[in-house]
Design a protein around this ligand. Structure first.
Ligand SMILES: [Zn+2]
Length: 178
């Protein structure tokens, strides 16, 4: 399915058509809770549910997350060739799209300047002193990707994070960065 409309201007005809295709897709494929669905606008980031009318408003007012090209929060399944490429592929995709994701979060979200700054910071800090494989951000994204792909509950995920926190060196041992 052509998703190029997601990069078009919000006042364009392509974007308008794209939004109606998306809303149709949501109705046919996504699971609703009291007629609400996760909203993929740059404010809700698929974390907050909205009914279709509100979602439609959000997609025009705030815009859709441009990196959300596989609609996994709305019933779309990653295709087999993508899956068989495995973790490496997901990690590669993550690092390729990290900047886009940060940009998506940054734009139109001036009220969330702190979040934006933290993300930029996290993308530069090693996970722990001397760690060269992961930054704090890439580690967090990888954990979230695992959670999403395997359907872990929030409770199990929180427990895992708490355990990891105990296992890792404390934050205050991180080198001070300017
Ligand atoms: Zn929204």
């Amino acid at each position: 399915m052509d998703r190029s409309w997601m990069n078009e201007r919000r006042i364009s005809e392509e974007y308008e058509k794209g939004v109606s295709v998306f809303l149709q897709y949501v109705q046919e494929n996504a699971k609703s809770v009291n007629r609400t669905y996760f909203c993929p606008c740059v404010r809700c980031l698929n974390q907050i549910r909205q009914d279709l009318d509100n979602m439609c408003d959000h997609l025009f007012m705030f815009g859709i997350m441009r990196t959300y090209t596989v609609w996994t929060w709305h019933g779309e399944v990653l295709d087999q060739p993508t899956m068989s490429r495995g973790t490496d592929y997901v990690e590669e995709w993550m690092s390729d799209h990290l900047e886009d994701m940060i940009r998506d979060l940054g734009e139109d979200n001036f009220g969330r300047a702190n979040l934006y700054d933290s993300l930029i910071n996290y993308s530069e800090q090693p996970l722990y002193p001397g760690c060269s494989n992961f930054t704090r951000l890439s580690a967090t994204l990888k954990l979230f990707s695992l959670k999403a792909r395997n359907g872990w509950t929030d409770k199990s995920f929180t427990e895992l994070l708490e355990l990891l926190k105990e296992m890792f060196p404390k934050n205050n041992t991180l080198p001070i960065r300017n």
